[in-house]
Design a protein around this ligand. Structure first.
Ligand SMILES: [Zn+2]
Length: 362
């Protein structure tokens, strides 16, 4: 065999292998609509001309775990932390029986290592299939919109559940004005079991999310659920895909619900003290030469390019954000006056990013 033949053979083998990879890996991804999501997080150098960044305060290093790191940061970093179940309702049920074991967590949502044995304090798994789910629509569910259904967990009183959920859903409707999302809620409380580490909360039983989504889909289109939890704990989590959870009866419930729901529509966090790699860059914290595609695609659609701030570093690499941070609900939210862009809690850029995100899903 000559040298040319060998190289032809190798090229051929390589291209066959490449096709196998394409077929095996990409077809299921396309089927599950994962590709647009992946595409959305690819980072690029933006084509838009950006303003000169404004430097604020001492630059903060976001990607190194500090010695005095809080519980949430340690969880993000993968430190095993014991999980607690969330007390349901004003009279907490017996919880000690099903405190979950140690939790290996990568980040974001909490993952249960093993299924927890059902006890008398937990609903039987099959219960969800038998639930009576009546969905109340806040308006018309438009086909190409993102459909969010709010459900209540831990409410003892049915009327109280409905009143609270209606209040949250109508508040969300106002806060998401201009975003392609519609809201509905389930009339009766649903007795799901949840667990938490610090503010992060998740299902105790893996599989309950799918069961709940399937149950609601029998009567109403749903992309994600927002779970309002009647609990004494201050909780808030989103898995960036199909659920947001938050404390139902705090004075900050609506802001929390708004923030967590925005995660389901592609917005990242800008307030954390510590990030693991896959959470940066995001819509709120990014590098100038490597911006999430969904953010750089949204910029040219704005009437004007927002002010740019230099806010710190990730392992020495400079991180930036748009708009003043304290006015940003995904950032260090503490507005001291009206927003420069108008009444919305979201910036025009965030609204554009969320709509682009919904467009990739539908
Ligand atoms: Zn968040």
């Amino acid at each position: 065999m000559t040298k040319t033949n060998i190289s032809r053979l190798l090229t051929r083998i390589f291209s066959i292998l490449l096709w196998i990879v394409v077929i095996v890996l990409w077809i299921p991804l396309i089927r599950e609509k994962t590709i647009p999501r992946l595409w959305a997080v690819v980072s690029v150098r933006p084509s838009t001309v950006l303003p000169t960044p404004i430097a604020v305060g001492q630059p903060f290093e976001y990607c190194v775990l500090k010695e005095d790191a809080g519980l949430m940061d340690e969880v993000q970093a993968g430190t095993p932390i014991p999980v607690e179940s969330v007390s349901l309702g004003p009279k907490p049920t017996e919880t000690a029986a099903f405190l979950a074991p140690i939790l290996p967590i990568e980040a974001g949502a909490i993952v249960t290592p093993e299924p927890v044995e059902p006890t008398s304090t937990q609903p039987v798994y099959d219960e969800i299939g038998g639930w009576q789910v009546e969905v109340i629509n806040m308006g018309e569910a438009k086909e190409n919109n993102f459909h969010l259904v709010v459900i209540g967990v831990g409410f003892i009183d049915e009327a109280q559940n409905e009143a609270k959920l209606r209040e949250i859903a109508s508040g969300l409707e106002v806060n998401f004005t201009g975003v392609r999302i519609d809201f509905a809620y389930v009339r009766s409380p649903l007795n799901l079991n949840l667990k938490h580490v610090g503010q992060m909360v998740d299902f105790s039983n893996t599989g309950d999310l799918d069961r709940v989504l399937a149950k609601i889909r029998e009567v109403h289109p749903v992309d994600s659920v927002a779970i309002a939890i009647e609990t004494p704990f201050f909780l808030g989590t989103a898995d960036a895909k199909q659920f947001a959870m938050f404390t139902a009866s705090d004075s900050n419930t609506l802001l929390m619900a708004t923030h967590e729901t925005a995660h389901l529509l592609g917005l990242g966090d800008g307030y954390q003290a510590f990030y693991i790699g896959r959470y940066l860059p995001n819509s709120e914290l990014f590098y100038l030469d490597s911006m999430p595609r969904i953010l750089s695609d949204a910029l040219p659609k704005l009437e004007s390019i927002p002010p740019l701030y230099e806010v710190g570093t990730c392992k020495g690499r400079k991180l930036y954000t748009f708009y003043e941070r304290s006015n940003n609900i995904m950032n260090d939210y503490d507005p001291k006056g009206p927003n420069s862009w108008g009444d919305s809690v979201f910036t025009p850029l965030q609204i554009q990013v969320m709509n682009n995100f919904v467009a990739t899903l539908k």
